[in-house]
Design a protein around this ligand. Structure first.
Ligand code: GLP
Length: 250
């Protein structure tokens, strides 16, 4: 695991955007695995700026997102499809036919999960997977569990996840209770992984992810086994790791 230390959220966003931009420059036809949540928003803003300056071309890029709430239509402004359009897709020259998310409006969970796994396979896998980190160590919506789930599946969201995501909804009761998410195996098969982590609230869990035991109870801990993981984290998110003196301060 390579940990890149950023001073604050702005610095984190810029550094992570530069890393993703480098992937796009090296491989203009890359398959990007994308993430939602508040942490990658600044990174997406930076990518949009680079595109507007003529520095980044998305015309051959294909994207697959990690997850989507089950029961939300892509047009719903709380859906991750809407989030991606709003923060990235509509601002860059991505061919919309090349952008993919699980379809939250498909009530047939089995069919939807199978479709999404086939789609990722048919694209030939993911070159670089962007990840945020849930407060409980989840990646995508892979919640703490007894086993590491493999492929795309439907999850019951944990109470803590529903609570954490309630800030995006008018009423906490509106937060969907289920989601479709890419599985851990699919994430682990990505050639490279870029994780962004910000804020004091993530400091303890980030320490567990990087230095704790590898366990499905902390789903992101499995990233310790991946050959090419880069974590960009700000000082607050790194505070527990520094407290334990596991990493030299930059
Ligand atoms: C949601 C998403 C995750 C994301 C997590 C953290 O649960 N499904 O992919 O990593 O939120 O979000 P935030 O970056 O807002 O803390």
């Amino acid at each position: 695991m390579k940990i890149i230390q950023a001073a604050d959220y702005e610095d984190l966003s810029l550094k992570a955007a530069q890393l993703l931009a480098a992937e796009i420059l090296l491989r203009p036809e890359a398959i990007l695995g994308l993430a939602t949540g508040s942490t990658p928003i600044g990174l997406y803003e930076q990518l949009v700026l680079m595109h507007q300056k003529g520095l980044l071309d998305f015309s051959q890029i294909k994207t697959v997102n990690l997850d989507e709430y089950r029961g939300l239509d892509p047009e719903d402004d709380q859906s991750y499809a809407w989030f991606m359009n709003h923060h990235l897709f509509q601002h860059v020259n991505l061919n919309r036919a090349n952008t993919h998310l699980p379809d939250g409006s498909n009530p047939d969970a089995e069919a939807e999960c199978t479709r999404y796994d086939h789609l990722i396979k048919s694209l030939g896998g993911i070159h670089v997977q962007l990840l945020g980190l849930g407060n409980n160590g989840h990646i995508g919506f892979n919640e703490p569990d007894e086993v590491f789930p493999k492929g795309t599946h439907c999850v019951e969201l944990e109470a803590s996840t529903i609570e954490a995501n309630a800030r995006f909804f008018a009423n906490p009761e509106d937060v969907p209770r289920q989601a479709y998410t890419m599985g851990i195996q699919t994430i682990m098969m990505a050639k490279r992984i870029l994780m962004v982590v910000s804020g004091k609230g993530k400091a303890d869990i980030l320490d567990q992810v990087c230095y704790g035991p590898i366990t499905p109870k902390v789903p992101a801990s499995i990233l310790q086994l991946h050959r090419h993981v880069c974590i960009v984290a700000d000082e607050e998110a790194l505070s527990t790791i520094h407290q334990h003196q596991r990493l030299n301060k930059s």
